[in-house]
Design a protein. Structure first.
Length: 95
């Protein structure tokens, strides 16, 4: 449970950007498959940026907590997908 809370703390700065992307997806192509594909590409991009910038020290912090990089970003992806699918489904119901 503590690892999940640590992962969500890592996700906290990305929540607003994720919400903006969710809105853009809902406006342009409100389909779940496209949303999942977009979120996968954005997760890979964030992983690349974290490895290539000064955020790499933050990844070492999570590695010391026993959270591998793959586990960190795959959990971020799953949480983001759950939020995105819920958002897209709600938007499709009301539009």
């Amino acid at each position: 449970m503590q690892q999940l809370l640590s992962i969500l703390a890592f996700y906290k700065p990305f929540v607003m950007w994720s919400f903006v992307v969710n809105i853009a997806i809902a406006i342009v192509f409100p389909f779940v498959f496209i949303a999942i594909l977009t979120k996968l590409l954005l997760t890979i991009f964030v992983w690349y940026m974290a490895n290539e910038t000064n955020k790499k020290r933050k990844l070492i912090f999570y590695k010391n907590l026993g959270i591998s990089t793959v586990k960190l970003f795959s959990t971020l992806f799953l949480v983001d997908i759950i939020i995105t699918i819920t958002f897209i489904t709600l938007i499709k119901e009301f539009i």
